[in-house]
Design a protein around this ligand. Structure first.
Ligand SMILES: C[S@@+](CC[C@H](N)C(=O)[O-])C[C@H]1O[C@@H](n2cnc3c(N)ncnc32)[C@H](O)[C@@H]1O
Length: 277
């Protein structure tokens, strides 16, 4: 294993003060970073896409775990520090300067890959929705080319992703994350672990693709959850009344139209979408 200088030295040497505009909160604790890199399971010789490596703390942990890493970073100031890592792990790290929102990840990787990222929260959520086949994605591309997502989120967002029915956190994000994937909260990360510390606690979510339910169109499911949770306090007979065929589908499925969106299981949403697809 190459002998690397402590991350704080790397930051000082390259003048990497954390930029608020780029949502930079760095992790320096090597043990914590190793634990995060262990969440996706054995990475030996696996292709990993890391988004937002910054000074490279998590990148080091992924390389130490044996991964072949492609890292996309939009802050040019971080490139010299990442070049040092490239030199320390020859042929195992490829750094791409750019905006991860604008790049085609599948084409960049050219093989199945695990995604690992500690991203600014707004970028993380936008990419998450895109990876899961949000409104603009190709609904037939399932299973996706990525084999897992291991992502840092604001704890409140992580809880919405893994939420169960009947809870206030349960909504569109939970259905999107769970209808053809398994999602779990892998670990909580205290705000004091970051430099500078963000205002809120964080958590790592780990998600793996599961089988695509048959006969269900992703955009139809998205439209149903949008309508149902758009008026989450209302009964389904009210919130779904604008969707042609939805109330008849509830009746065929034996779902009481007096229920509210947050009481429906993910499977019940899938069943309604199947009736309307
Ligand atoms: C929260 S910091 C984490 C840095 C490092 N991974 C760590 O854990 O210490 C987020 C990183 O993502 C980068 N970033 C922000 N938006 C990005 C985007 N759209 N594409 C690629 N990188 C981005 C930032 O420059 C920053 O380095």
């Amino acid at each position: 294993m190459p002998d690397l200088p402590p991350l704080r030295e790397v930051i000082a040497k390259h003048g990497l003060s954390a930029s608020k505009a780029l949502g930079q909160n760095f992790l320096f604790d090597a043990q914590l970073l190793d634990r995060i890199a262990a969440v996706p399971g054995d990475l030996h010789d696996k292709a990993v896409l890391e988004i937002g490596p910054g000074p490279g703390g998590l990148t080091r942990a992924l390389l130490k775990a044996g991964a072949r890493v492609t890292a996309i970073e939009m802050d040019r100031r971080c490139l010299p520090a990442l070049a040092e890592l490239e030199a320390a792990f020859p042929g195992r790290l490829r750094v791409i300067e750019g905006d991860a929102m604008k790049l085609d990840h599948d084409a960049t990787m050219g093989e199945p890959y695990a995604v690992v990222a500690n991203l600014p929260y707004n970028v993380g959520t936008a990419l998450f929705v895109r990876w899961l086949g949000g409104p603009k994605a190709n609904e037939n591309a399932w299973p996706p080319q990525w084999t897992s997502l291991t992502l840092m989120f604001q704890q409140e967002v992580a809880q919405r992703i893994v939420a169960q029915p009947g809870t206030g956190a349960y909504g569109r994000l939970a259905v999107l994350a769970q209808w053809r994937s398994t999602a779990r909260l892998a670990m909580k990360v205290h705000r004091s672990a970051f430099t500078p510390p963000p205002k809120v606690m964080s958590a790592i979510v780990h998600l793996e693709p599961a089988a695509m339910p048959e006969g269900v169109s992703a955009p139809t499911l998205e439209r149903i959850t949008e309508a149902a949770f758009g008026q989450r306090r209302k009964m389904l007979r009210q919130s779904l009344k604008g969707m042609p065929g939805a109330l008849a589908a509830l009746e065929r499925l034996g779902i009481d139209p007096q229920r509210r969106a947050e009481t429906l299981s993910v499977q019940e949403f899938v069943a309604i979408a199947r009736e309307l697809s």
